[in-house]
Design a protein around this ligand. Sequence first.
Ligand code: HEM
Ligand code: HEM
Length: 178
Amino acid sequence: MLENTSNKWGLPIRVMHGIGMVLVLILIIHGWWMTEFAPRESRFNQYAWHASFGYALLLLTALRITWRGLYKAPEPPADSLKWERNLAALGHIALYVFVLCCAILGWALAGTFSQPLDAKLLGFIPMPMIMSGNELHGLLEENHGLFAWVLAALVVFHLIATAYHQFYKKDKLLQRMF
Ligand code: HEM
Ligand code: HEM
């Protein structure tokens, strides 16, 4: 049940995929809302909430990649073509890379405010700041946003790929993960 089999992901990966999915969606939607629409006076408070969720996703993703390295993944569906396998592998690696980069850029950004963001991992573990001073604030802000929007595009692509498997190939790929 814990380990992956040749045609199903084990419980730890399924749980981490589910929680990761919710965190990514919250971070992108709430991140967009807080920078565009949140009332000015509550904005800094919203950033701190956002950062706590971001740290949780960073930890979860590190755990997930470690677990993924320890156990062999299920085989791709038997009838999948070479280009489909390559594109899937590339898409999955890109999702991991963009989640990690986006979260680390956010973490660096957190230290560059005149008053660094006071956000805790899982609500109680203080995080050290990996960047200070405000010289790079604008650049980090821009790139954090850019990476987040590319990540959002990758997630849309991932959803289209899931629908392709579910409705066109009908190969029950969804059941391997959910
Ligand atoms: C993968 C994880 C993360 C995602 C997907 C994400 C997503 C986003 C998005 C979509 C925005 C709005 C960007 C814009 O349109 O301007 C944003 C802004 C922001 N994020 Fe994140 N974020 C993540 C992690 C973090 C972390 C870990 C921190 C801090 C420790 C952080 C701090 C911030 C801050 C301070 C802003 C506001 C930037 C500004 O002033 O415009 N984020 N994030
Ligand atoms: C409703 C949303 C989502 C659905 C329906 C979904 C569906 C799936 C399915 C069916 C697989 C298994 C593919 C296989 O067995 O080969 C998978 C894998 C994966 N998903 Fe999602 N997913 C969703 C959201 C996300 C999000 C938001 C992320 C963002 C990080 C993500 C990242 C991944 C990764 C990295 C893998 C590959 C697992 C690995 O090889 O380690 N998924 N997804």
